[in-house]
Design a protein around this ligand. Sequence first.
Ligand code: ATP
Length: 238
Amino acid sequence: MDKATGYRIEQCSAWYGQARVLWDIDFHVGPGEVVGVLGRNGAGKTTLLKSIAGVLRKQTGHATLNGRDIGSQSSWQISRAGISLVREGAILPKSLSVAEVIALGARLAGIRGREPVSMATILERFPLLSGLEDRKVALLSGGQRQAVALASGLASRPDMLLLDEPSAGLAPTVAASVFRAISTFAADGVMVVVVEQHEAWLRGLAERTYWIDLGRVAASKTNRSDSEQQGGRNEIAS
Ligand code: ATP
């Protein structure tokens, strides 16, 4: 991959207190690429997203976004540089309306010096939210909350979106509609990293997949060509 574009982190390690959770992970995402992250419960998938977003107290690694060194930056600086971490919709503030949550994302776009994505575009991408703009988060279904979390991430005009189990708790048909929306982000050139439990659900969405096991990249796979590399390597070929 061209080092001046895309995202790359090398030798990423992370700790919770004294406990080391990630071990020397090399990971990259190309422009407009969707990359999946799979692994068992407790493997370190969420911790990898948190490390990329810079939210952990103790982490190491050399990270670049579009050729710019962001490795030593704070979570706020990393966010301002263009990386948005979208957590589960379940943790959205319940007293806010759909439009207010999306407006928070739009405000971040402004801080990044970018035009926010219009509400019309957002509703086109997330038909699930049509007519719900004034509804409070507390009154939404799980799928609707997940869509609001993603819509707010999209409104922030990120270079890269980090999505932590966007299908969690959703019926397959709702998850499919959320995944359809995600694939439109990539079509706009946004880099997308999706942590997912179900490998089958990533098919057709992620171009490449990293398998995390015990905090290391145990395998990686290019989904389009079905070429696979197993064990002992911490990165797939650029
Ligand atoms: P899951 O699929 O169950 O969400 P995961 O692959 O996302 O799992 P992580 O949440 O990254 O796994 O957790 C990796 C390891 O770090 C686990 O052993 C977990 O118990 C531990 N861990 C996660 N969060 C914390 C924390 N805040 N403090 C201490 N240990 C943590």
